[in-house]
Design a binder for this molecule. Structure first.
Ligand code: NDP
Length: 339
């Protein structure tokens, strides 16, 4: 069994010292446990937070512990009443070939999942995050304008497509012309602005002639700076993530003075509603509603999905850095083993 353990907490971007690949025997399940062969591993921005011992909503991974991660795999042997040998499951198997589970946070893979790995993306945690944040906090209304960054990632792509189905004007923000083209031509967004362009803030303003009613916050940083003056009275901000700063050892190092006063004054004057959420903590009970509503849209091709698959567990550390840098194109998944 190969597994990546946390070797050293990174300062800034994770490097060769961050993870250590260990090899050992395949573990044997005890009473009430099962052994699962991991086939697909999800790589997600939140993983950067687990590498840090900064205070957060979830405990960090300990030094020497297996790196956490959502997985799709197959039960190899079982001493658990609910999970039989041969069953496909969605679980948190981590960055390794095989995992032992006691059934916590484990679900049977839906029989009609179009591709098994999609349970980690469009019909899994990121897709559900988009749906929950948009419907529960964003409260979209036809004719409004929505802005979402990381527009071709699994969260942003779903947010924008659902909002289009609700009749909103949808403006994406993404890194580079290729992703922007994809957001418009494949995902059906009305416009998509490259955040790396020198005149980004000006272009964004031009793309939202009637201001912004929903800003689905995925990135923070300069995208948020450009959005803030464009927020309409009564705008809503589902505060989902701030990936632009996940690698910053010190949040004050983004080259800007403390702007809290400015930000809060703007929110007050415009009566902005901002609510943070951790998808399964806050909205987990709505997952069946999400599946009922969105799985048929995916099956019918009315929601398109882009997956960015990398083969080989050994490539997981590099691939996580790609996600944090924006070098992924679509949902980043590691194929650990062929089906
Ligand atoms: P993605 O697969 O879209 O990967 C992250 C993307 O962020 C990159 O591809 C890049 O896209 C963009 N990005 C990175 N740095 C910057 C930057 N400096 N400025 C602008 N964009 C940047 O991620 P997900 O769709 O999986 O996640 C999106 C967000 O949702 C994250 O913040 C994540 O933490 C959050 N999240 C929150 C959950 C919750 O429960 N609250 C649950 C799941 C996700 P590009 O090249 O286009 O810039």
């Amino acid at each position: 069994n190969r597994r990546f353990v946390l070797n050293r907490r990174p300062q800034g971007e994770p490097d060769e010292q961050t993870f250590r690949l260990e090899t050992g025997p395949v573990p044997v399940p005890g009473e009430g446990e099962f052994l699962v062969r991991n086939h697909y591993l999800s790589l997600d921005p939140y993983m950067r937070g687990r590498l840090s011992d900064r205070k957060s909503y979830a405990a960090p991974v300990g030094i020497g512990e297996t790196m956490v991660g959502g997985t799709v795999g197959r039960v190899v042997s079982s001493r658990h009443p609910d999970h039989a040998e041969g069953d496909w499951v969605v679980t948190v198997g981590g960055w390794q070939d095989y995992a032992i589970s006691n059934g916590a946070l484990t679900f049977p893979l839906a029989a009609d999942m179009p591709n098994k790995s999609w349970a980690l993306g469009v019909l899994g945690m990121p897709g559900f995050t988009a749906w929950a944040g948009l419907t529960q906090i964003g409260q979209p209304k036809a004719g409004e304008t929505l802005v979402v960054a990381a527009a071709t990632g699994p969260v942003g792509a779903m947010v924008g497509q659902l909002a289009k189905h609700c009749g909103l004007r949808v403006v994406g923000v993404a890194g580079g012309p290729e992703k922007c083209r994809h957001a418009v031509e494949v995902q059906g967004f009305d416009a998509c602005i490259d955040h790396r362009a020198a005149d980004f803030a000006q272009k964004l303003a031009q793309a939202v002639p009637e201001g912004i009613d929903i800003y689905f916050e995925n990135v923070g940083g300069k995208v948020f700076d450009a959005v803030m003056p464009l927020l309409n009275s009564g705008a809503r901000i589902p505060l989902c993530g701030t990936v632009a700063t996940y690698n910053s050892p010190d949040l004050a190092d983004e080259g800007r003075a403390d702007r809290t006063g400015l930000v809060m004054a703007r929110f007050l004057q415009q009566r902005i509603v901002l609510r943070g959420f951790i998808v399964f903590d806050d909205f987990g009970h709505l997952y069946p509603d999400f599946m009922r509503e969105v799985a048929p849209l995916v099956a019918a091709g009315r929601i398109v999905y882009t997956e960015d698959m990398t083969d080989g567990l050994e490539n997981a550390p590099r691939a996580l850095n790609q996600v944090l840098r924006g070098e992924n194109f679509g949902k980043k998944v590691i194929r650990i083993a062929a089906e």
